[in-house]
Ligand binder design. Structure first.
Ligand SMILES: Cc1ncc(C[n+]2csc(CCOP(=O)(O)OP(=O)(O)O)c2C)c(N)n1
Length: 280
């Protein structure tokens, strides 16, 4: 992959993180920061390289379909989609205010380009499976991508969907597990152990690729990996850090939902500026 392209995608991930930080400062209630920061590279790679989507034509029939199953991460998705041009970046300044287009959880009726309203965990992947079945029946060229949380895998409906996707040989479906090892109220392995996660998803009939979810090159390779002749759906288990990029949030349960005072936002933006300066 062209090193310039990798750098560009890393920079976009930085932009997304900065947008999340500013929104965590401007939104008096706070935002779901930790799980949005952890998926910044995944969103960057998907929206700015992998998926065929067109902000000028959000309903373009040939578009790839994207579902954020862990809909509480809407501040991250909103930043990525605003950066892509689906709606103005300024909309983030009114995030979650009464009547504002962007809200804490996802409302597809208010966000052009969004396929599925989500926020109640355990629904996005099952819907993505239905979309992929429809695409397969129609012999459509478009694909379905679904990001889910690792804590979200405590919902039984996710495992029903995993079974169904394998049963119906939905090769047109790619799932991404944001494996940041935290749920809302603690580490996943303390609340409801998921390991051995890769082997479990494999046993449910998926082709699984495990990557460092902050490594843009590894993500690009995983998305490009096509395995001709293999009809299984693909799961990318992306190992990430909850609160990634912000020193006082990383790997902390408290990162899940955060409001930043101005001085905290300054510190966070400083951390991100240092990370940006290291991008070659
Ligand atoms: C059905 C349902 N139960 C509980 C919640 C409350 N809740 C919101 S986020 C969350 C934790 C999700 O953890 P994870 O999927 O790992 O998200 P991430 O750490 O990536 O933010 C919970 C339990 C919910 N939104 N929906």
């Amino acid at each position: 992959m062209d090193p310039q392209k990798i750098k560009e995608l890393q920079m976009i991930a930085c932009n997304i993180r900065e947008d999340i930080v500013r929104t965590a400062r401007d939104c008096s209630e706070g935002v779901h920061a930790g799980g949005s920061l952890s998926m910044a590279e995944i969103l960057s790679v998907l929206f700015f390289h992998v998926m065929s989507v067109d902000p000028a034509r959000p309903d373009w029939p040939e578009r790839d379909r994207f579902v954020l199953s862990k809909g509480h991460g809407n501040v991250g998705l909103s930043a990525a989609m605003a950066r892509k041009g689906f709606f103005p970046l300024e909309d983030l300044k009114r995030f979650d205010q009464l009547g504002a287009p962007l809200s804490m959880h996802i409302d597809k009726h208010r966000m052009p380009g969004v396929e599925v309203s989500s926020g109640s965990l355990g629904h996005g992947l099952p819907i993505a499976v239905g979309m992929a079945m429809a695409g397969k029946l129609d012999q459509a060229a478009w694909k379905v991508y679904c990001i889910m949380g690792d804590g979200e895998l405590m919902e039984g409906s996710m495992w029903e969907a995993l079974m169904a996707a394998a049963h119906y040989k939905l090769k047109n479906l790619t799932g991404i597990i944001d494996r940041n090892h935290f749920s809302l109220d603690g580490p996943t392995e303390e609340i409801m152990g998921l390991e051995p996660l890769v082997e479990k998803v494999q046993a449910f009939g998926w082709r699984v690729i495990e990557v460092d979810g902050h490594d843009v090159s590894a993500l690009l390779a995983a998305f490009a990996d096509d395995a001709p002749g293999d009809e299984r759906p693909k799961m990318i288990v992306a190992n990430t850090i909850k609160g990634k990029g912000i020193s006082f949030l990383e790997n902390k349960t408290s990162s899940h939902f955060a409001h930043f005072k101005p001085e905290q936002a300054e510190q966070a933006l400083q951390d991100l500026a240092e990370a940006r300066a290291k991008i070659q």
